[in-house]
Write a protein that binds this ligand. Structure first.
Ligand SMILES: [Mg+2]
Length: 230
């Protein structure tokens, strides 16, 4: 392989405080009974990402939409979104096994890139916490306005665009590249559409989508010398 691309959330790191817990704290802060689940919020992420100017606005739009749908005022959704934002620390992430060592080891042998469905500010806080600032030859913040290069908003995974943008930048054709991610619907489907070799991390069921080319328990399974990509 001449390039290996990585997803971020659930592939390289996880939040120390689960979203579910942050949402509970937000409802407590606003002083009302919980009327939606964190999964309801995550489900809207893909649809709203391109309309929002950053993660804070995206969460507001999502919470407003959910509130309205359930007969509550939109303003309540906004208050909850603000309470959530005040309680979510993006630097409070834990690395998953193999991070950051395997990314650094791969970087000595091949190009590495990041393709994440998250905004630049938030995702860079996580990269810094993981010791991966400047580790990647390219960073694509899919579904969000990229604040570097002249890319503007790149479509969110599973659109093939973010993978193509990353590989263009690295100068590597898709048949010489792999993408590593934990979400069958976003990572495996998207990377397969773009023509990359796909590696599913963490054992999530591929569902109805295409089977990944390779599956590993964690990024640790991609250490050079013992990797299905060797
Ligand atoms: Mg992920």
């Amino acid at each position: 392989m001449d390039a290996v691309l990585f997803d971020l959330d659930g592939t390289l790191c996880v939040y120390r405080r689960p979203g579910d817990e942050v949402l509970n704290a937000a409802f407590d802060a606003v002083g009302i009974d919980r009327f939606f689940e964190v999964a309801d919020y995550y489900e809207r992420y893909g649809d709203l990402a391109a309309d929002a100017d950053g993660p804070t606005e995206l969460r507001e739009l999502a919470f407003e939409a959910i509130a309205t749908e359930r007969g509550r005022p939109a303003s309540l959704g906004r208050r909850l979104a603000r309470a959530y934002a005040e309680r979510r620390d993006h630097a409070a992430v834990d690395p998953l096994p193999g991070v950051p060592e395997v990314v650094r080891a791969l970087r000595r042998e091949t190009s590495v890139g990041l393709v994440t469905n998250g905004g630049p500010a938030v995702q860079r806080d996580k990269l810094a916490a993981l010791g991966l600032t400047d580790a990647f030859g390219v960073e694509v913040f899919a579904g969000h306005p990229n604040d570097h290069e002249n890319w503007g908003v790149v479509a969110a995974k599973p659109d093939p665009e973010p993978f193509r943008v990353a590989l263009d930048r690295l100068g590597v054709p898709p048949e010489r590249a792999a993408h590593v991610g934990n979400a069958p619907a976003a990572d495996v489907v998207g990377a397969a559409r773009a023509g990359l070799t796909t590696v599913l991390v963490g054992g999530d069921d591929a569902g109805d989508g295409p089977a990944p080319d390779h599956a590993v328990d964690s990024v640790a399974g991609l250490a050079p010398g013992a990797s299905p990509l060797d």
